[in-house]
Write a protein that binds this ligand. Structure first.
Ligand code: ADP
Length: 642
């Protein structure tokens, strides 16, 4: 049976590779993969994640020592055996210094090979087991499934995460000391503001010393590890004077890296002379440093996201607008207090389906609309308040509904409409008198040409004022909902009547009206006078803005349960920038000459009539080429007589 244990062999000599494969597979029962150069070996270590690496020293691209150095950075616990052709003491020391587990001097026989391989694998296994045991000890027996350094689910606040992090870091230092047999251990973290390292966790240091310990990055050994990102191992044999703020005889520091950035140092040391630290200790310490760094990174992430969540929650709670966030399946993700008051939910609505929570049919329809553009709706509450609700789709989340109390704006609007109605009414009588007396002036006696011209101008102006007053009155009546005369109406007849009504004006302006509508378009439920006025306004505009040239056509069709009416002209068109404001009261596009009569209210009336009939309108227009207004009205579907 082929063993699961995979050994990667790197040697540029084919015969040696064959020999190793043969010996390791047939005699040792290992799986073997071999390559001929150092760079390929490095790539394969990442790809295959072998259990052991055996490498030659002399290789193209990357030497054995360089390969070990590079592999060690990512895989501190991977055992590596270096093969050398020369029995050089110095090379062996170099190999062990960069992290080789053992070395073989060529020539070696199969027994020697297998013995070295077995020993290295055994050592690595022991190391792994003791680290794993140490880790599970730190994290508690019941959390075996947890990834090293991840935060347990039950943690609810940043404070408990920090408390837990302290335990994890102390555990990491404890384990490092226990596994290496060192006398003391410390975990130093860098304070970026002061540039000092302080002791975040320690083992066998005096508590007061640990809590007040500070060294500067620039003039300390630990600082060198921070600056260079490389481990430092020193003992009495090493010629360098050990610069720490306490007296030690041997010391090992490894960097703590979070996303490639060194944020601290994990260290062990001995104060007793004669005790040394070796590469195995370094591998243990590097593994523990990775573990501690992961825990710190997770805690940082947790605290950051927790802070952001709290901040967002506070903002949403405190804003006066009501906010509801809904997922793609129409379940409520979040609803702030103010929204809960409007929607009047009894239970906690989070997780519930909107259909079980929203009672207002308009609000429900708004939420169920799956359009990609923001939509708005007005909601009237039982207590008379009016809210403007805006639905905004959020990619990857669902949608947000923001509701704002617009009762005061509605009230202002109502007062303004009342005022306009009253004033308009009162203006009509004096206008009638002016028109009447102007008529009489002409009959009272002969007037000269000049006087006739002036009278004509007064008449035109009075007609304009009276048009404006009619439009204003119409608009305020429609908006106040005074049109209650809705009946089931034949929509083709409405269109035909409207065309007939506009014909006289079109002829006078030299425009031909075209109509293309099917005989039977169906029925709409509405006010025939207002519907005629709506189509009439669109036709008149088409004629007016064609400036005496071309045709204006009206066509209609039904689709599903609606009738679609299009009024098209080939006139002056509407500049793109003006299009969004075209239905606003008193708005006239920038390309309309000032002397052309008009109130800027016609399209507002059209829009209000359509709002009253659950219809919609939009336009397509190109400046200089013409305009098409499209109106959609719901068809009246007779109820099933059962
Ligand atoms: P007006 O009394 O000015 O015609 P409307 O409310 O009917 O007021 O129209 C508003 C503005 O929209 C007009 O002043 C004009 O600029 C533009 N407009 C409306 N219909 C057309 C059209 N068919 N072609 C070009 N411009 C149009």
């Amino acid at each position: 049976m082929i063993s699961e244990t995979l050994i990667l062999v790197a040697d540029d000599n084919q015969e040696i590779r064959d020999f190793l494969e043969e010996a390791l597979e047939t005699l040792g029962g290992y799986s073997v993969h071999s390559v001929g150069d150092g760079l390929s070996a490095l790539t394969l270590v990442h790809e295959l994640q072998p259990d052991l690496l055996i490498t030659d020293q002399q290789m193209p691209n990357l030497s054995g020592i360089e390969l070990i150095h590079r592999v060690r950075a990512d895989y501190p616990a991977l055992p590596v055996i270096l093969m050398t052709g020369e029995s050089s003491e110095a090379l062996a020391v170099d190999a062990l210094r960069v992290g080789a587990t053992d070395y073989l001097v060529k020539p070696f026989d199969p027994d020697e090979l297998l013995e070295t391989v077995d020993q290295s694998l055994e050592l690595a296994q022991k190391l792994r087991t003791s680290i794993l045991q140490a880790m599970s000890g730190i994290e508690g027996e019941d959390e075996e499934d947890q990834q090293p350094g991840t935060m347990p689910d039950h943690l609810e606040s940043a404070a408990s995460v920090l408390f837990d992090l302290d335990e994890v870091l102390s555990g990491a230092v404890d384990t490092a000391v226990r596994l290496t047999g060192a006398e003391e251990g410390s975990l130093l973290l860098l304070d970026e503001v002061s540039g000092e390292l302080h002791m975040r966790a320690s083992k066998n240091f005096d508590d007061e010393f640990a809590s007040t310990f500070r060294v500067h990055v620039e003039d300390s050994l630990a600082g060198q590890v921070i600056s260079h990102g490389e481990p430092i191992i020193l003992d009495e044999n090493a010629p360098q004077k050990i610069k720490t703020s306490y007296l030690v005889h041997s010391l090992l520091y490894v960097p703590l890296k979070v996303r490639g950035k060194v944020i601290g140092v994990l260290g062990i040391d001995n104060r007793t002379p004669g005790k040394t630290l070796n590469d195995e200790d370094r591998a243990i310490l590097m593994a523990m440093a990775d573990y501690a760094a992961l825990a710190i990174e997770n805690a940082q992430l947790y605290i950051r996201s927790d802070n952001e969540r709290l901040q967002l929650e506070t903002i949403l709670r405190e804003v006066q607008n009501s906010v509801v966030v809904i997922d793609m399946d129409h379940r409520i993700i979040m609803m702030n207090q103010s929204a809960q008051e409007i929607i009047e939910t009894e239970a906690d609505p989070v997780g519930m389906n909107v259909e079980d929570v929203f009672k207002d049919p308009k609000l429900l329809a708004l939420v169920m609309d799956s359009g990609e553009n923001p939509e708005r709706e007005e909601l009237e509450l039982g207590d008379g308040r009016v809210f403007g609700a805006v639905r905004t789709p959020i990619a990857g989340v669902g949608q947000a509904i923001v509701m704002q109390d617009i009762s005061h704006l509605k009230e202002l609007d109502r007062i303004k409409s009342e005022f306009v109605t009253a004033v308009s009414h009162d203006l009509r009588s004096p206008l009638t008198a002016i028109l009447g007396y102007i008529e009489l002036v002409q009959r009272a006696g002969p007037v000269n040409d000049n006087q006739r011209d002036f009278i004509q101008r007064v008449q035109t102006s009075v007609v304009q004022i009276s048009d404006l007053i009619s439009d204003l009155l119409d608009l305020s009546r429609i908006e106040a909902g005074l049109d209650t005369t809705k009946v089931v109406t034949d929509i083709s007849k409405i269109i035909r009547d409207s065309v007939k009504g506009a014909e006289h004006y079109a002829q006078a302006e030299g425009i031909h009206l075209e109509m293309n509508i099917p005989e039977d378009l169906g029925f709409v439920y509405g006010d025939p006078i207002r519907l005629r006025q709506m189509i009439g306004n669109l036709l008149e505009n088409g004629v007016k803005y064609s400036y005496g040239e071309g045709v204006v056509s009206v066509e209609a069709e039904t689709e599903d349960d609606q009738v679609i009416i299009r009024v098209q002209d080939y006139g002056t068109g509407i500049p793109r920038a003006d299009q969004p404001k075209i239905f606003d009261r008193f708005f006239r596009a920038s390309n309309v000459p000032e002397e052309l009569p008009g109130t800027g209210l016609g399209l507002s009336i059209v829009k209000s009539i359509l709002d009253n009939h659950y219809g919609r309108i939009w336009l397509e227009s190109t400046h200089g080429e013409g305009t098409t207004f499209t109106v959609v009205l719901p068809l009246h579907i007779p109820e099933d007589p059962q």
